[in-house]
Ligand binder design. Sequence first.
Ligand SMILES: *Cc1c(COP(=O)(O)O)cnc(C)c1O
Length: 425
Amino acid sequence: MSQYGIGTKCVQAGYTPENGGPRQIPIIQSTTFKYDTSEDMGKLFDLEAPGYFYSRLQNPTCDHVAAKIAAMEGGTAGMLTSSGQAANFFAIFNLCECGGHIVASSTIYGGTYNLIKVTLAKMGIESTFVAPDASDEELEAAFRPQTKAVFGESIANPALTVLDLEKFAAAAHRHHVPLIVDNTFPTPVNLRPIEWGADIVTHSTTKYMDGHGAAVGGAIVDSGNFDWMANAEKFPGLTTPDDSYHGIVYAQKFGQGGAFITKATSQLMRDFGCVQSPQNAFYLNMGLESLHVRMARHVENGLAVAQYLEKHPAVEKVHYPHLPSDPGYALAEKYLPNGGCGVVSFELSGGRKAAESFLKRLKLAAIETHVADARTCCLNPATSTHRQMNDEELERAGVPAGLVRMSCGLEDKEDLIADLREALG
Ligand SMILES: *Cc1c(COP(=O)(O)O)cnc(C)c1O
């Protein structure tokens, strides 16, 4: 599959039917799998033979879809999780335990910010946040000897800053740790972070990948590029025997390309159980089959709406990296030549109050805690997704109180603009 273009991978990667087999990925709606002998099953438990025994660990439907996403990102292995939150938690916790530290971009999704700042701190994992436009010196200063990973979003939700992937990858690699990139917004159709130095890629598949507001889900992809054994003392979980798995050393037994996902599956999925259902994986795959076609339309609508808003007198500021006036324009040109996504953020001149009454007047665009759906939706993050942040934290995260996040769907752009014209008055 690696020789094919991204559109072909969206449609066909991850599953090849046998002669006479079902054309669509079968939904294996079964918790368990049957074996003839205990010896057969024992080999699976020892990770000596590939195969399925219990759907909390692995399920064939989910594995086909994970393999498709891994192929789309250009990675060596992938796994599905129950949500994007679970994907980011697993990606970090697979590298980091009590006493560890991570460096993260400050403009990230509110849920992930909270996960890192509050919940991981309760588990003894500390963090330092850096502005996405931090200088090399500022980035350097964020690292500690205990740092285990760098985390950022390729296009931040909802600040829409574009991560300078090469800069963040170089800093991570100078300190011998991997760069984890949440690639939810551009999807691998518009950006493949591994090509720019990212080591681990995560997704909330709930967004564009599903694309129809049907199923919550997440995914993790390993590039296979990070040399765990060369940095063995930093990552003992991957490079020393796992007592909970008969002394397996993941990086030795499964190699550089397989260790990370095998450990995340056999330890974290075993113990935390954040599994995606086969039914949801089937829906996800239906979304993936048209992702490349849909992303082009989301981008077209997003740009048209951003250009319209930029000229409107009631709008103070528009954040859309593909507008030449946006501070992220040069990075967008570099990393996202085919466009980024359909999400546009903007600040109304009247602040929080103006945002609230504007949202009420919209007819076509609905108020939803969601983005990246076929249907256009809007949200005021300060009163919803980012409610836990104070005004200063909101400013730092690039989400001022009067900001509106608009996710342009797949409707006709003329209708979206007419709706905005009415609501802006
Ligand atoms: C939505 C989102 C998440 C969380 O994903 P869920 O599927 O809602 O758990 C993480 N990162 C980004 C960038 C998101 O947009």
